[in-house]
Design a protein around this ligand. Structure first.
Ligand code: CAA
Length: 381
């Protein structure tokens, strides 16, 4: 696979890098400590076209490819993984799904402002009893004339408090099990739809996560995305692309921890020389760099396959599984290289570890990724 980036891809990467360093980095520690949502930054990311990167310009998007998305996501997440996940959800789980499966009405009314970054989206699949076991949906929706009435609870929703539009999976025909699940676009402010208090998290603290409740909540039937009974397929197909976004986020954190480790190892002295001169440190850095490179290649491979309209289910699961696993490993090693300094807030590596851990959990745990990989392999052979 050829990864000679085009001039346009390199320009997008450079723009993301410069924006992250100039506009995101200065407030990242403050926002992490105070669990503060980056409203201004997200607005500016929208203006740069980074919230609807892969959406066609006809629908307000930037018309870029998935490889560019990986490059931009990695640069943003390298500086702040909270901004990374907010961007990833809007791009991969919301706008991609609406452009691929939404009606013209939905695209005109909802996709355009989402792709322009004027509105923010969220994706509501998980429930108290339906996490990995996502077919076990308990949120119900029944038809009443031109509306559907939703009742249920959703959990762990990224952008849960700050989104304007929510893609909500609900069971419209219980007897049909996962083939009776439907996706609805629900606007914030709809009667019967409430956002609960945000979760107090270990990492990605400046992105908000909360549960949602639907009580006798009436949603117009025209807000069904794709068609009745296609909601589970919608969620799975969308998550395949989402996993490329989370792999890029995990990769960005791993790159940050590697770069911080190299910088520190060349400054810190022990036993009369910089610790970079000790083989114990060199071996750690070599291993981290090799893992980062492998994760980068897997992630770019999944993105390139998606861009070429070739199957990428297995490859996106591999990218997400591997990048998140090595992200946790690299951030742990970064702390070890920094010693006591790695354990305090002054050096960013403790946050890198806290941020990395969630990438092994959301958008399909790494146990689920291995199920997806194994099932793909077993059905191929
Ligand atoms: N891509 C496309 N379709 C898929 C798929 C994939 N990766 N995985 C499963 N499917 C399809 C199957 O083909 C099948 O479709 P049909 O019935 O139409 O043929 C259907 O889904 C059911 O599949 P299974 O029979 O294999 O169902 P299962 O219950 O045995 O396994 C699962 C399904 C793979 C475990 C699935 O439930 C899953 O992926 N779970 C993880 C859910 C997840 O990723 N949640 C993340 C929540 S979002 C999040 O974290 C958001 C956030 O805010 C950051």
């Amino acid at each position: 696979m050829n990864f000679d980036f085009t001039e346009e891809q390199l320009m997008i990467q450079q723009t993301a890098k410069e924006f992250a360093e100039a506009e995101i980095a200065p407030s990242s520690i403050h926002r992490d400590i105070n669990a503060e949502f980056p409203h201004e930054i997200i607005k500016k990311l929208g203006e740069l076209g980074f919230l609807g990167m892969m959406v066609s310009p006809d629908y307000g998007g930037a018309g870029m490819d998935t490889v560019s998305y990986v490059l931009a996501m990695t640069e943003i997440s390298k500086v702040d993984a909270s901004c990374g996940v907010i961007m990833s959800v809007n791009n991969s789980l919301v706008t991609w799904g609406l452009e691929t499966y939404g009606s013209e009405f939905i695209k005109q009314k909802y996709l355009i402002p989402l792709a322009k970054g004027e509105k923010l989206g969220a994706f509501a699949l998980s429930e108290p009893e339906a996490g990995s076991d996502a077919t076990n949906q308990r949120t119900l929706a029944h038809r009443e004339g031109d509306f559907f009435v939703l009742d249920g609870i959703k959990n762990w929703i990224t952008n849960g408090q700050n989104a304007d539009y929510y893609l909500v999976m609900a069971q419209t025909d219980v007897d049909k099990k996962h083939k009776g699940i439907t996706t609805f676009l629900v606007e914030k402010g709809t009667e019967g739809f409430e956002q609960a208090k945000k979760e107090d998290k270990l990492g990605i603290r400046s992105s908000d996560t909360c549960s949602l409740t639907f009580t006798n909540c009436k949603v117009p039937a025209e807000n069904i995305v794709w068609e009745e009974g296609k909601g589970f397929n919608f969620a799975m197909n969308t998550l395949n692309g989402g996993r490329i976004g989370i792999a890029s986020q995990a990769l960005g954190i791993a790159v940050a921890s590697l770069e911080a480790s190299i910088k520190y190892a060349k400054q810190r002295k022990a036993f009369g020389t910089e610790i970079a001169n000790h083989q114990a440190i060199q071996f750690k850095i070599a291993e981290m760099a090799t893992k980062v490179e492998a994760a980068k290649l897997l992630t770019l491979q999944a993105a390139a396959l998606k861009d070429a309209h070739k199957p990428y289910v297995k490859e996106s699961a591999m990218a997400k599984y591997y990048a998140s696993k090595i992200s946790v490993e690299c951030t742990l090693e970064a702390i070890q290289i920094h010693g006591g300094y790695g354990y305090v807030r002054e050096y960013l590596v403790e946050r890198y570890l806290r941020d990395a851990k969630i990438t092994e959990i959301y958008e399909g745990t790494n146990e689920i990724q291995r199920i997806v990989i194994a099932r793909s392999l077993l059905s191929e052979h």
